[in-house]
Design a protein around this ligand. Sequence first.
Ligand code: GBH
Length: 498
Amino acid sequence: MVKRWMAHILFLLFVTGIECIPRKFPSDFKFGVGTSAYQIEGAWTEDHKSESIWEHYIHSNPKVIADGSNADVACDSYHKYEEDVEMLKNLGVDHYRFSISWPRILPNGTANHVNQNGVQYYRNLIKLLKKNKIEPMVTLYHWDLPQVLQEQGGFASEKLVKWFTDYARLCFKLFGKDVKTWITFNEPKQICLFGYGLGVFAPALNKSGELDYLCAYNLLKAHAEAWHIYNNEFRPHQKGRISMVVEFSWHEPLLPDVPAFEEAAISNLEFMAGIYVNPLYRGDWPEIVKAKVAHNSRKEGKDRSRLPEFSTEEINQIKGTCDFLAVNFYTSFLVYPSVTPQPEMYSARDAGVSSYQPWYWEEAKSVWLKVTPWGFKRLLKYLKDTYDNPEIIITENGISDGGELDDDLRISYMQQHLNAILEAIWEYGVNVSGYTVWSLMDSFEWLDGYQSRFGLYHVDFSDPRRQRTMKASARYYKDIIKNRSLDKTSGYLTCSLE
Ligand code: GBH
């Protein structure tokens, strides 16, 4: 709450032309950290867990991972979750975002056989979190589909809706007494575009412009159905909330104020993220996406659009299935209109744009990640304006390096991105209610293996005990959480004369 005396001071400064931003986060702002099952748990065949699409993909193509590694053991959190909770306690976080491994709970994919060992693992973890007053924020799907379901079509099959909703209902029933924040899917873009369009993530299918759209269509229907199940059968007594996590990069027009470039930036935002978020708020794909795919499909001589069409019934079912907007943010791009975007990336071709990151933007260890806090601030304003001022929770934000304990780059990245949130809150009135650092600890970073490290804690992957060590960034974040303020030394306000 902004106190009355603070409002007076702000007003005085406003009329004198001095701009001030409070350094404090709103008193009910929540801080957390995140991980995902496949990236940390290990124990990939233990206690009847079955194979996931990522295990299948990597075991059959070890060369796709930069350092030839895999996540068979990873951080070994299946055995070391008590240590993980100790680390969370030490940081003082309000919430811990983790994911449930579908093949660990349902080894044959479907709900007709529940693996009690798998269930017990999550029960133990959740119980320990509650005991330490850490709120679990649980993702049902962070990319690890049971391989048996992939063999029946995975996200390209309509059956996904039933498979997923049976699994979701089971999780609500098993864990919903203690879990009040649910995420259905993590980053549909990575699931659909990377997995079914570009063929770089499991299941490595590459029918861009068709399978990726079909995947999005089935995924959105599965999400909506799960939301309704929660809303009707569980929310009345469990009283939690549920959403889907979408990764937003910021897309900045290469030439600002030039209409064709402005349109290219919007087009990319809609094709890369709006395509998943617009249905949640309005029931249907963004207009620009529908129009451009239909236009290109006609040009290719097809008699219908490559983009599946939602029926009126589906639109009504999907609309409004979003209790808060869950956003992952890492980086930004400069965008320009182009008739020859990456040839293999249909959605970029449909969008009619290309994008790049200039060499002089500060770099992380991951090639795709450049430091752009200004883009984060613009994105937050855009989300407020586009989706009618929703509550926003940042469900991931972080940076990779080589795993140094004195990780200045991470500290500066966090400082700048938290500052962007403060500015978005106090300058634009964006309703951001929480922030989640990716990640609690170094873990298996998909195609990069263990080469790119995102952790606040270092993990020694050559040590069978997978020793965890606090990095400087962990101490920095711990201080922020304790003070609920970005920089306690600069007091309540930082001011500048405009
Ligand atoms: C998140 O995705 C994931 O949710 C999380 O699991 C992951 O650990 C974290 O980010 C860090 O990557 O290799 O050039 O083809 C963020 C979005 C998706 C961006 C994959 C980079 C790979 C680009 N990322 N993408 S490339």
